[in-house]
Design a protein around this ligand. Structure first.
Ligand code: PCA
Length: 205
C-alpha cells in the first residue's frame, strides 16, 4: 500500500486503578473512522496488562500496516497533553495491572536497548498544539507502568519497521473523573480530541 492509504493506528487503554473510564479509550473511539491528512484513523483498545497489551498492539500493527501509531494513555496527575520523548526498558509497577501482575525492576525485553526515542516529531507537534491554543508539554518519562511498557514495545517493534512512525501521548483525567479526585487537574474530551487531530496533522505534514 502507498503511504497515503495506510491508516493511523490510535490506541487507548481500558480503565484501571478503580476508574470507571479511561480517557485514552474515550478519545481513541471518538476518533475511530475519521480521516486526518488523507489517513483513516483505526482505534484499538489495549488491556491495562503487562504483556497482553503488547500482544494486542503487535497484532493490530500486523493487521492494519499503519503509517503512524499513536498510543495514548491516562496520566491522572498531569494537567496538559503530554508528548512522551522516551521509552525505557523497565517494568516497575506501583499497582498491580488489571490481571494482578506487579513486576518490579524487570527488563521489558532482556538484552534490548535501555531506551528508544519517539519517532514522531514531538517539537513540531508541541508547537502546533500551542498555536491551536491547546495546553501541551514534552514529557521526559512515560513512567514505568503499562504505558511505558506499551511505548517501549511499540518502539522496539518499529525499530525493525522503519516505514512506520510511532509515539506515545499521555492525557489528563476527564472532568468527570477529576471530581472524584479533589484538586486533580483535568481536560475535557473535546479539547483532547481536537489536540490529537492537531498533533497528528503536524506529524503527517
Ligand atoms: N495509564 C497507565 C497505564 C494505562 C493508562 O491509561 C500508565 O500511565 O502507565
Amino acid at each position: 500500500m502507498t503511504n497515503a492509504h495506510r491508516p493511523i493506528l490510535v490506541t487507548g487503554f481500558e480503565p484501571f486503578d478503580g476508574e470507571a473510564i479511561n480517557p485514552s479509550w474515550e478519545l481513541a473511539r471518538a476518533l475511530d473512522g475519521e480521516t486526518i491528512a488523507g489517513h483513516r484513523i483505526v482505534a484499538v483498545q489495549l488491556p491495562c496488562v503487562f504483556g497482553a497489551s503488547l500482544t494486542v498492539l503487535h497484532g493490530a500493527i500486523a493487521r492494519h500496516d499503519p503509517a503512524v501509531v499513536l498510543a495514548v494513555g491516562q496520566a491522572g496527575e498531569r494537567s496538559q497533553l503530554s508528548l512522551e520523548r522516551v521509552a525505557i526498558n523497565i517494568d516497575d509497577a506501583r499497582i498491580p495491572d488489571n490481571a494482578g501482575a506487579q513486576p518490579l525492576d524487570v527488563a521489558i525485553i532482556p538484552g534490548a536497548p535501555s531506551a528508544y526515542f519517539s519517532s514522531l516529531p514531538i517539537k513540531p507537534m508541541l508547537a502546533a498544539l500551542r498555536q491551536a491554543g491547546i495546553p501541551a508539554e514534552i514529557s521526559q518519562t512515560a513512567g514505568t507502568y503499562v504505558c511505558n511498557h506499551v511505548f517501549y514495545g511499540l518502539m522496539h517493534a518499529l525499530d525493525q519497521r522503519p516505514g512506520i512512525r510511532g509515539g506515545f501521548l499521555h492525557i489528563p483525567y476527564l472532568p468527570e473523573q477529576a471530581v472524584l479526585h479533589p484538586g486533580a487537574p483535568s481536560l475535557s474530551l473535546s479539547v483532547a480530541i481536537e489536540g490529537v487531530r492537531v498533533a497528528l496533522r503536524a506529524a503527517l505534514a
